[in-house]
Design a protein around this ligand. Structure first.
Ligand SMILES: Cc1cc2ncn([C@H]3O[C@H](COP(=O)(O)O)[C@@H](O)[C@H]3O)c2cc1C
Ligand SMILES: O=C(O)c1cccnc1
Length: 346
């Protein structure tokens, strides 16, 4: 982990400045393409390319289960996790549709599903059959949390070697808004009441119960705010750790990361806890309905590209936002300059 820390380079501000000046020579009033201009500059700073590209993107979905579901914190039963993995493999999930739409390389990783998966076409890196119920004991050991980060790191390395130019990570894990809310509470110090949402759609009276489960777990587990591995081991999830590792790999390789919703943003915050510079390589695709997302976004200090009332996860919101990054790069590459088009600019 320490080698990752030192290997993540700061942004190339000089390239950013060069691209900023170039954008002002394009045939439009200065600043008129708003955040597309900012995105183009950020992508140039991340990649050190005057004309950055983001295609093809890569989508990695990490799937795992959560012992805490036995407390009744989700609207859906645990077996939906493995059933959705089958759906991913049959290309029927939302993230399959949007990945196809954007021409993404796509991969599903079993990093901790609570059942054996009888199928081909997925990456089997199961660390254990779901986490423990963290109301009763630590979700996993420190070693397992570190292994999950390493699995995520390795999967992203693999995709990056295959040539992806932008990383999207997604998750599938019934119950995972509960550990995500617990982690958000630890990292932000905010009240549970402000953080907990409906997840898959629990009823209002169940939200109160979900809050109580998290309050109880935080009291029992008492994770160390300053130690992201301790947080993951005590109240985390295997897919959350996998996403964290994948984002660290992308940052190390100077590959832009398009962050998805609430759960993904929690993984992003943990990546930043491990290495602060990692966050320089992140942009956020959308604002999720889940109330904790707003708090997580504030902590990360990033403004989402879209606000479409999504509350799905899987990487879906990031995939939907991806064409905006493409627009930013094409603006740079294909627009005429005042000089080349012979247009007066004074
Ligand atoms: C069919 C189905 C597909 C999903 N795809 C993502 N999630 C999302 O919902 C779950 C989190 O919500 P909670 O904490 O309330 O269980 C995660 O699996 C997340 O990826 C899904 C949920 C369902 C039911
Ligand atoms: O924003 C998310 O990532 C999210 C919200 C609700 C359920 N699953 C995921």
């Amino acid at each position: 982990m320490n080698s990752v820390k030192t290997a993540i380079q700061p942004l190339d501000r000089e390239m950013g400045q060069q691209v900023r000046e170039y954008i002002d020579t394009l045939t439009k009033p200065p600043g008129s393409l708003g955040r597309l201009e900012e995105l183009a500059i950020q992508l140039a700073e991340m990649t050190s390319e005057a004309f950055p590209v983001v295609s093809p993107p890569g989508v990695i979905v990490f799937a795992a289960d959560h012992g805490v579901v036995e407390e009744g914190v989700s609207a859906f039963p645990q077996e939906v996790t493995v059933q959705m993995v089958m759906n991913f493999l049959n290309s029927g999930a939302a993230i399959n549709v949007f990945s196809r739409q954007i021409g993404a390389k796509f991969e599903v990783v079993d990093i901790g599903v609570a059942a054996d998966i009888e199928a081909d076409g997925f990456v089997n890196r199961k660390i254990r059959y779901g986490t423990n119920n963290f109301c009763q004991q630590d979700a996993m050991t420190r070693e397992e949390a570190e292994e999950a980060i390493a699995v995520g790191y390795e999967r992203a390395e693999q995709m990056i070697h295959q040539g992806i130019k932008c990383l999207i990570v997604g998750e599938m894990g019934i119950g995972n808004t509960t550990p995500s809310s617990a982690i958000a509470a630890v990292l932000s110090g905010k009240d549970i009441g402000a953080l907990v949402g409906r997840g898959t759609g629990i009823a209002t009276e169940k939200i109160r119960h979900k809050q109580e489960v998290i309050i109880r777990a935080l009291k029992e587990r008492n994770p160390d705010r300053k130690d992201p591995i301790d947080i993951l081991a005590k109240i985390g999830g295997l897919e959350i750790a996998g996403m964290t590792g994948a984002m660290l790999s992308a940052a190390r390789n100077r590959i832009p990361i398009l962050v998805d919703g609430f759960i993904c943003t929690i993984a992003a915050l943990l990546a930043r806890e491990i290495c602060e510079t990692a966050a320089d390589y992140m942009m956020v695709g959308h604002r999720s309905v889940e109330p904790g997302h707003e708090i997580a976004l504030e902590l990360l200090g990033k403004k989402p590209l879209l606000d479409l009332d999504l509350r799905l996860g899987e990487g879906s919101g990031a995939a939907v936002a991806f064409p905006i990054l493409q627009s930013a790069t094409l603006m740079l590459k294909e627009m005429a300059t005042f000089a080349s088009a012979g247009i007066s600019n004074e």
